[in-house]
Design a protein around this ligand. Structure first.
Ligand code: SF4
Ligand code: SF4
Length: 375
């Protein structure tokens, strides 16, 4: 299996201090994990002048120019999303620093350093599709919802079994997403959130519930989201679909409950091609594509751990068959054998056979489409 774990140079094993780069959303999510280990943070770098002169985990936030003088002997962990990391790594290389020797992204740090230094198996981002039913029918849905032959809610018992198996084998997940379809259509969502919050909250940095805002949730559901400090990611398609008033009312309720949320109305979409016109690539194009699309949004379903949730959705649609190396049967991994559990981390930074025909979200996919257009 192709995986990018183990890329850090050997001297990372000895360090107990790092300099984080970026104190945005990813930084906030990673904080819980950093607090769990005895990691010294002398200072933090951020290019945003508004963040400089603040602190992060008690350390001063300073500009790169100021940090440059003090970097000797420290390694940098870049705490940003996939796209921003590309820009920052180019900038750091221009400053004479080398990737995996002098700096790396936080996903790599979690997979490699937390294992070598702390014997912890950490995974960066896992999604669970709890229902494939949806109120919308978006032509370019990257979970291919309009094309699923069968639409269903996954039962509480099935979801529970998967997370129990997973968290017995993995120490920490930075980002855990509950996604759909439309999550608020799931009749047992409140019960599931309560179970997840009650049993695994301290093994997860941020739990995000994704909704399109078309379904009015019960107070009980919103209260559970608030209680376990979950985050609501609201995909706003009101520019294309006329439900603006409903969306505004929903956002008012979320604010009244003081829930942490984001209303995302400018998400850039690309055409993934599947299933109507799957991408054809030469072996060279595929190599470039595999390096380019590394969203690392792993998936958990039916007691299995998958490299990519998009690939799971392709199979779930009934129009693609994954290969056995695309997933792990969690029950077959001894939870007491840390080395065996490491296979999960390896796959978390692997690839999928579906990548071969999937447009993906890397820089090689420039087939931009209008967001939220309905079938
Ligand atoms: S609302 Fe989301 S899940 Fe539903 S069809 Fe559109 S993109 Fe897919
Ligand atoms: S190209 Fe591969 S990694 Fe990227 S979204 Fe598609 S299946 Fe996932």
């Amino acid at each position: 299996m192709r995986t990018d774990i183990g890329r850090l140079t050997k001297d990372w094993d000895e360090i107990n201090s790092v300099v984080p780069y970026g104190v945005g959303i990813v930084g906030r999510i990673c904080q819980t994990l950093f607090e769990k280990v005895d990691l010294n943070i002398p200072f933090v770098i951020d290019r945003d002048p508004q963040k400089q002169n603040t602190t992060w985990m008690g350390a001063p936030v300073i500009s790169f120019e100021e940090a440059k003088e003090k970097l000797q002997g420290y390694k940098i962990v870049v705490m940003t999303g996939h796209d921003a990391y590309g820009h920052i790594s180019t900038f750091l290389e221009e400053q004479g620093l080398e990737e995996f020797k002098d700096f790396c992204n936080v996903g790599q740090f979690m997979s490699d350093w937390f294992w070598s230094a702390k014997r912890m198996n950490c995974v960066f981002h896992v999604d669970m599709t709890i229902t494939t039913r949806c109120t919308l029918n978006c032509r370019n849905c990257n979970l291919f919802i309009p094309y699923h032959k069968e639409k269903l809610d996954f039962s509480f018992e099935e979801l529970k079994k998967s997370i129990d198996l997973f968290f017995e084998r993995v120490d920490f997940v930075t980002y855990f997403g509950l996604i759909g379809g439309e999550t608020f259509l799931h009749p047992e969502l409140t019960k599931y959130i309560q179970y997840l919050g009650e049993h695994y909250r301290d093994q997860i940095g941020r739990i995000t519930v994704v909704t399109n805002g078309t379904v009015s949730p019960t107070d009980e559901l919103l209260d559970a989201i608030k209680k376990y400090e979950m985050y609501l990611s609201v995909s706003d398609y009101t520019d294309v679909v006329p439900y603006g008033e409903k969306m505004d009312r929903f956002i008012d309720r979320v604010r009244e409950k003081d829930i942490d949320y984001a209303r995302n109305d400018s998400i850039v979409w690309t055409d993934f091609g599947f299933p109507e016109h799957p991408v054809k690539r030469t072996p060279e194009e595929l190599e470039y594509h595999l390096d380019s699309c590394r969203p690392n949004w792993n998936a958990l379903h039916g007691g299995r751990f998958y490299y990519c949730n998009v690939s799971w959705c392709a199979e779930q649609s009934g129009r693609f068959r994954l290969q056995p190396e695309d997933y792990l049967e969690l029950e077959r991994i001894d939870p007491d054998d840390k080395e065996a559990c490491r296979e999960i981390v390896k796959l978390s930074r692997g690839t999928s056979s579906f990548c071969r025909i999937c447009g993906g979200c890397g820089k090689d996919n420039t087939n931009y489409v209008k967001t939220g257009v309905q079938m």
